[in-house]
Write a protein that binds this ligand. Structure first.
Ligand SMILES: [Fe+2]
Ligand SMILES: [Fe+2]
Length: 164
């Protein structure tokens, strides 16, 4: 069954949010590169790539359901941050916001009786649990280690290990 317009519009909005997420994390990577924390910047670059993957997953799904993908402008992400802790705190807040959007999308698909979209979104529901957890884990480490030079070098080395 062809996707209905309400669900199509909502999925297009989510495509935009995922692309904004990529842009937001790339801006965070640029800030971290500027702080001379290449490992943390690398972690954020991979995060940005993952968000493009999320956008493309939704894109492919809309096409598969014979809908139309419409791309809108992507908002400018903040360039300035207070610290690496501030970066990961903002990332966690952002992921929590995305989680509520995903939940709203599931509610909408359910209201519209669109079982296929509910099923597709299940992947995103699970992914958001992982996304929030991985950012929170880094945040907790930062809180225990503090932001002195030695701690940051240790953490930066660890974040450099992230595989794409
Ligand atoms: Fe995402
Ligand atoms: Fe995400």
């Amino acid at each position: 069954m062809k996707i209905n317009e309400t669900v199509e519009k909502a999925l297009n909005e989510q495509i935009n949010r995922e692309l904004y997420s990529a842009y937001l994390y790339l801006a965070m990577a640029a800030y971290l590169d500027d702080l001379n924390l290449p490992g943390a910047a690398h972690w954020m670059r991979i995060q940005a790539q993952e968000e493009i993957g999320h956008a493309m997953k939704l894109y492919d799904y809309v096409v598969e359901r014979r809908g139309r993908v419409v791309l809108e402008g992507i908002a400018k992400p903040p360039a300035e941050r207070k610290s690496i802790t501030d970066v990961f705190e903002s990332a966690l807040r952002h992921e929590e916001e995305i989680t509520s959007h995903i939940n709203n999308l599931v509610d909408l698909a359910q209201e519209e009786g669109d079982h296929a979209t509910v099923s597709m979104l299940k992947w995103f529901v699970d992914e958001q649990v992982e996304e929030e957890d991985s950012v929170d884990t880094i945040l907790q480490k930062l809180k225990y280690l503090g932001e002195d030079g030695r701690s940051l070098i240790t953490l930066d080395r660890e974040l450099a290990q992230r595989q794409g």
